[in-house]
Write a protein that binds this ligand. Structure first.
Ligand code: BG6
Length: 282
């Protein structure tokens, strides 16, 4: 069953419920902000203080960072992580191939407003499969007469039971840019555990990550992605963010399927590029 719903402040979202999973997807940003098989252990984390306001990204779920990841390379006044996550997308179609699978497709095209921020004609589509697994697939099509270059991320906030007990494997011996240490290039041969703020772009990696939590493992597989971003703001930065509940950093970890920094993608006119992320639990 899928229903378009409106929250009290007029925020429109799609509520999806099938035999396997529940999900909520906002039309602003094509932003999935809830996914669970049972309510106790959701796949994605959502801040209790998230604002659900127009032109502000939801804090949690899977923001779509596009057509640039992080700060704009040359213009610091442009929005962090691009404009896709705050734009209003169109609900293109909903398919229900079986009782346990719902496939939602949303689209975003260039507009006079997007041209002011990024001067290219494009067509973007996000296909979200809600079932045993959660699959998000972002396709960028170049409708322009000239080639364009993008960086991007499916900025997934994963729900974890206890960040202090989490271990992430899949990033051993992969080089990363440490945004908290002067963008130094580093690597580590052991699985990652998190006991303080972390903000890293692992590059030149196509590998999947396994998040070993207390009672389950979450697997994040990816395709069309050469970077993986890992972020947890920890307590001080969480407190400084109006939309991040103070204790929330203890139950979240961003593992972002990305093409960032030197892993940018050039797309020729008439060509497309797709980045796909599949999440499931064991
Ligand atoms: C991460 C970045 O992907 O997103 C961090 O690596 C950033 O540097 C974080 O702080 C959150 O960004 P925002 O714009 O949603 O607050």
């Amino acid at each position: 069953m899928t229903k378009l719903k409106k929250s009290a402040n007029g925020f429109t979202y799609l509520s999806v419920k099938n035999e396997k999973a529940n999900a909520k997807i906002s039309l602003q940003g094509a932003h999935l902000f809830h996914f669970s098989h049972d309510e106790k252990q959701p796949f994605v984390w959502l801040s209790k203080s998230s604002l659900f306001e127009q032109n502000k990204a939801i804090r949690g779920g899977v923001p779509v960072c596009w057509p640039w990841f992080g700060k704009h390379q040359t213009q610091s006044n442009l929005p962090q992580h691009g404009f896709a996550r705050t734009s209003l997308w169109s609900l293109e179609k909903i398919d229900e191939p079986d009782k346990g699978t719902t496939i939602v497709t949303l689209t975003l095209n260039d507009s006079p407003q997007s041209m002011l921020l990024w001067p290219y004609a494009f067509s973007l589509s996000l296909t979200i499969t809600i079932g045993d697994k959660l699959v998000l697939s972002l396709r960028t099509f170049n409708k322009d007469k000239k080639a364009f270059e993008i960086t991007e991320a499916l900025h997934t906030y994963l729900w974890v039971e206890d960040i202090g007990n989490v271990e992430v494997s899949g990033l051993e011996n992969v080089k990363y840019v440490d945004s908290l240490d002067d963008s130094k290039i580093k690597s580590s041969f052991v699985p990652l555990s998190i006991h303080k703020e972390v903000d890293r772009v692992y590059f030149d990696t196509k590998d999947c990550c396994v998040i070993h939590d207390k009672k389950r493992k979450l697997i994040v597989e990816k395709f069309g992605s050469n970077s993986t971003v890992v972020w947890n703001p920890w307590s001080e930065k969480a407190k400084a963010m109006q939309d991040f509940d103070n204790e929330g950093y203890k139950t979240m970890l961003c593992i972002e399927t990305a093409n960032a920094l030197k892993n940018s993608i050039i797309i020729e006119p008439g060509e497309s590029h797709t980045i796909t992320q599949t999440i499931y639990s064991l």
